[in-house]
Each structure stands twice: as C-alpha cells, then as structure tokens.
Design a protein around this ligand. Structure first.
Ligand SMILES: [Zn+2]
Length: 305
C-alpha cells in the first residue's frame, strides 16, 4: 500500500492510493539520507521557519530536489496542536493563507502563521507538515482537484481536526467525501503511546466511542497489546474510575479513522502506513523515544498542474 522510493541518497514513502494520479507530488520522508547532527541522526527536516544555510534547510532543499518539487511554492506553518485550518489562496510572490471560517483574506507579510491543517486548490503549491510521532495525513479530492495536509497529535485529534478539515473541504470547495483519498503516514502507535488518565478521560468525554481508542499495554517495556476494547471502563462508576496499574496506549489511527468515517470517507479510500515511529527509530524520528532534540520528518503533497 505504501512503497519506498529512493533518489539522491534519500528514501521516502509514497501512498499507492495517491500515486494513481500522475499530477500529484506526495512523500512521507524517512530519516534515511541527508546531513546529520549528533542529536538527530538522519534527514532532519526541521521546523516551519528555517534559517538559511542551516543543516535542516539544506536537507529540505535536498528532499524537495529529490521529489522534483524545488520550484513549488513551499507552504509551511508553525504547528500548534490546534484544529486551525488554513487555505492557501495565492502562490504569487508570497503565500497568502485564509484561515477557514473567516470571510477576509489574511495578509501574512512575513509574520509567523500557525495552524495544523492546510488546503489548496492551487497547482505548484507544496503543502507540508512536520512530525516525529504525530500522524501526518494527506488528503486528495481527485474530482475537484483539492489537496490537504494535516498534522494530528492527540490534542488536534481530540479537537476533531480531521473531521473539521473535511468539513471545510466541503464548505469551501464543494468536495464530496466519497471523492476523497486519504493516506496516514508513520506515527507512534498504541504499542508505544502510553497515556495518562487525563487523556483517556478527555477522549471518553469528547467521543461517544472514546473507549474504542485505547489499547491495554501489558507490562512495562513488553509492548504487547493483550486486551482491547472497553472493559477497563466498566470497573468503576462514572467519576470514580480508577485505572491505576493499567497501562493504556492511545490508538491515534483509530481516532483518525473514526473521524474519517463520521465525515463520510469510504473505508477503502484510506491507507495507513504500517509503521510505529517509536518502534522503528532506524527509519523514523520519535519524539517520545528520543526526546525533543530529535529530528522531524516532513510530509508533502502538491499538484503539478
Ligand atoms: Zn511501537
């Protein structure tokens, strides 16, 4: 479903459901290749705003060159674990972003803009998100020719960023959910994503099926999922649940899939890269496993014409 591509010493993943469209550029970077620094061995593609000449900036240029996308307008914003959605409106000279839900055009003018989902109908604009455990999600409406990229960690997923982004695709561009193709890149999976009671409570409060998003992790360090489902919640009355001693892993892929289902995206249109970033630090950066100083992968999508 995902294939590994290689060029110029770099390796990245491409989703086959998006590869059906030759007018699309897409890639989920790995850490293989690129200049390297001590705290992040591999292709660190850094942050939204990179100083010129920095190692990450050089890596980014190398990555874009390998993809044949160096002439695209690069759309990259400060990520804040929000459900803020931005629409790239104008690629001339500088990118103009329209925050969804606002009737006016926002002048960016060199200042940092923030958000966690990007949409555009413009060709030769490369939407990008950076991750090191969070899920990078690419969206394509093949009928209306709209592309999207989402950065979703637990906070953004809790705020329903995926469902809202598809809502905005419908509202702004007239997208139909049945015309969408969606690809979920490598991210930390339930095997390694142990969370505290406050996260469990937050999801169970925000989603009627919130219990379905957690997996019991057996023992510390063993990384085997022995129990799934809702039994852990029925052990105490509401408000008195004690889950002490149980290790619960958040299944972010399940959260995203649930939102895609709610939004009406057919199951067959969704592809998930079968990699846990924390289990596979040979291939990917993991914030949870390696700490905040580790590198960032970049996921990109754009239309050639
Ligand atoms: Zn894992």
């Amino acid at each position: 479903m995902f294939s590994i591509k290689s060029r110029g010493g770099l390796k990245w993943l491409e989703a086959s459901n998006l590869n059906r469209f030759p007018w699309i550029v897409q890639a989920f970077s790995t850490r293989l290749g690129g200049a390297t620094r001590a705290s992040a061995q591999g292709l660190d593609l850094g942050h939204a705003y990179l100083p010129k000449g920095s190692l990450q900036e050089k890596n980014r240029r190398k990555f874009l060159r390998a993809l044949g996308a160096e002439s695209f307008a690069l759309s990259s914003v400060h990520q804040i674990h929000s459900a803020e959605i931005l629409v790239v409106e104008d690629a001339h000279e500088r990118l103009n972003y329209l925050p969804s839900g606002y009737p006016y055009n926002l002048e960016v003018d060199g200042r940092r803009i923030s958000g966690d989902a990007l949409l555009t109908a413009l060709p030769r604009v490369l939407l990008t998100v950076r991750t090191a455990d969070c899920i990078p999600i690419l969206l394509l409406d093949s009928r209306q020719r709209i592309v999207g990229a989402i950065h979703a960690g637990w906070r953004g997923a809790l705020k329903r960023i995926v469902e809202k982004t598809i809502g905005e695709m419908r509202r702004i561009f007239g997208s139909r959910p049945q015309d969408l193709f969606v690809a979920l890149g490598p991210s930390i999976r339930a095997c390694c994503y142990e969370v505290g009671d406050e996260v469990v409570d937050a999801f169970c409060g925000a989603f009627v099926n919130g219990e379905d998003f957690f997996r019991k992790i057996s023992g510390s360090g063993e990384r085997h999922i022995t129990v799934s489902g809702m039994s852990f919640l029925s052990m105490a009355p509401p408000g008195h649940a004690s889950r002490k001693g149980s290790h619960l892993g958040l299944d972010l892929v399940a959260v995203v899939k649930s939102q895609l289902k709610s939004a009406g995206v057919p199951h067959a249109r969704i592809q998930v890269a079968d990699f846990c970033t924390s289990c596979r630090t040979d291939l990917f950066f993991s914030y949870r496993k390696e700490g905040s100083a580790t590198g960032r992968m970049m996921t990109v999508i754009g239309m050639k014409e």
